[in-house]
Write a protein that binds this ligand. Sequence first.
Ligand SMILES: C[S@@+](CC[C@H](N)C(=O)[O-])C[C@H]1O[C@@H](n2cnc3c(N)ncnc32)[C@H](O)[C@@H]1O
Length: 353
Amino acid sequence: MMNDHAIDVGDDVVSDDVMRHDDVPDELMSVVTSLTSPRRYVPQWYVYDTRGSELCEQLIQKSETYKLWRHEYSILQTYADDIAGKVSSPAVLVDLGSGGSSKTRLVIEAMLKRHGRLTFVPVDMAKEFILTCGRQLETDYPGLTVEPYGGLYMDGVRHVAARKEPKLLLFLGSSFSNVSIHDQVQMLQDIRAQLNERDRLVLGMDMNTDREALSQAYGEQWAPIWRDNLISRFNKDFNGNMDAEKFEYRCEFVENPPSGDTPSYVVKSLTSSEKQRVRFEKIGLDIDFEDGEKIYFYEGPNTSCKWNLRQLRRLAEKSGFAVDEHWTNDVENYCVICLAPANIIHASFPRSE
Ligand SMILES: C[S@@+](CC[C@H](N)C(=O)[O-])C[C@H]1O[C@@H](n2cnc3c(N)ncnc32)[C@H](O)[C@@H]1O
């Protein structure tokens, strides 16, 4: 009944002109699909447009309670040279979900020192933002060539897969932990399948499970980004009338046994504070929210997984990687872990637990 851009809008109301959206790119239509699915959610990449990315950079570097940026920065400050030494020269550095690459600068500096020249491929859906950041990096570092890739993580990995040089892939800022826990092993297996033995994957993983600290870290300070900016993006992209005042940003912590393979995680959502109808004029769609109905953050049940070292080792094993080396901060609540492709991929492990 529908054309190529058909969307499943569940019980929400679609007026006759809903198909008049040829000027809306497919990637944005996927956001409509997720927002109107039985479990309403926002895809991870959609939260960070240029404004969202700028606000995020400011918050993560300055916040007194969200300390991941500082923890990861301090580990990279101490060990960037060891990380740079994981691949031979001439190398390509790939930054998955690069954002402002503020911590990646430490690895860039170490690799330039070691290798002289470097090609840097930031991969991020915030396309305009990484173009601007890339130009700044080239100005700041003679010898650096930046080749930004505006797209999804896995498209970026496939984009660089055929390159002859050894590749160092970074997945910093705990971003991998926002991937659905049901898809994490599969995603790492997919990355593994694109790598050669000389390549390495370095992930930044949070290990903090202090409930009080997490409720402060992921609390109200994020509302300007994860509610106000997000809703203003909805309204801009779809000519919508969504009112940020009628949605409450909430987070909670789900703790899993440390002896199991499933990490603990944070659940983030926007909760409708009343029964309401939101109109996306551009695509002729009305979305009905019940009082208390939630829009979840991201594709899976989790955001921001909290790991322990045993769980990280298991994750690597299941995905066809071996832990090459890992580095933690003094208080051991953040880990940067370097994975090397293992010879055998254990494809028989289940995708979810
Ligand atoms: C939490 S920020 C991390 C930024 C930076 N790596 C850091 O450590 O400070 C996550 C970044 O990943 C990008 N992103 C989220 N989901 C993505 C996806 N599926 N594909 C590509 N980029 C994505 C966002 O646009 C954002 O810039």
